[in-house]
Design a protein around this ligand. Sequence first.
Ligand code: TYM
Length: 336
Amino acid sequence: MAKKRVLSGVQPTGSLHIGNYLGSIANWVKLQAEYDGFFCVVDLHAVTVPHDPTALAAHTQAVAALYLACGLDPAQSTIFVQSHVSAHSELAWLLNCVTPLTWVERMIQFKEKAIKQGENVGIGLLDYPVLMAADILLYQADVVPVGEDQKQHLELTRDIAIRVNGLYGSEANPIFRVPAPMIRPQGARVMSLTDGRSKMSKSDPADASRINLLDSPEAIAQKIKRCKTDMERTLEFDNPDRPECQNLMGLYELVSGKTRGEILAEAQTWRGWGDFKAVLTEATIAALTPIQARYRELMADPGYLTGVLADGREKAGAIAGQTLHTVRQSLGFWVL
Ligand code: TYM
């Protein structure tokens, strides 16, 4: 039986943080043996907000290297850069023409980002979820592993697929597979270190609010030492009235790989936040050190990475091209 297909991506804007890793990339790595994986660096999304053209290529390369450093295996999965497969832009255009404006105007991320940007909002920012739908639908993905913040975009993708199938396909011959989101409860929403009620984010101007995947051990130790806590001495899981405690305990569970039972037993020996922060720091550094070492090796051998991405472009391009051909035919274009 053919493997089910999985597709996901991360934007090369700013440095990737531990929320991107735990909410998304770590899950891709777990899925890759069982699924036919397509993982792209979504650079076309990175230009929906003002960007630095002198840094875009380097950020794209760094994110691709981090995919591999985190454990994606080019022998099992297709790893590529979104802009290298022009079908993404082309399908996005066609989907634009069938997507009602009111559907995209509802998107929470658009509203939040638009408020931050004031007058400088490009059409691309509004259109961004349609491009994301194109990314997913081009590959006929069955599942899309993402963090909680992408849930609404996945619902929109499903709505667009159903609409196109209804308008131009038939029940026996749907044009697109309707994808399902895969949001693992643990790690799906890693919160800021400086405010347990807001999401850890690449765009937060305060670097102290996040642990970047490439932070030095000293930086990680400093950030955890200074991160926000509360007045209680005991540490517990899942108490929404203690967002910082909930977030950091959740983080510890994921980076240590220990069970909750083991952690609660260990917690008996902690005299308060200080002891907990020390073990959290140690476990976080231990989880990130091998990723950073592999990243440095990959960055020292750019030819290897370019080869992986060139292969990925070819494999992804072939599948995307087939879907685009079907879409063109179904929409009635004169196809030669
Ligand atoms: P992006 O680049 O903002 O984030 C990449 C992935 O990281 C997850 N994530 C988080 N998970 C847990 N806690 C957090 N604090 C946190 N912050 C981010 C995101 O949910 C995401 O899974 N639109 C997407 C990129 C994209 C995409 C796609 C994803 C474009 N096309 C097709 C899947 C399929 C985005 O901006 O993610």
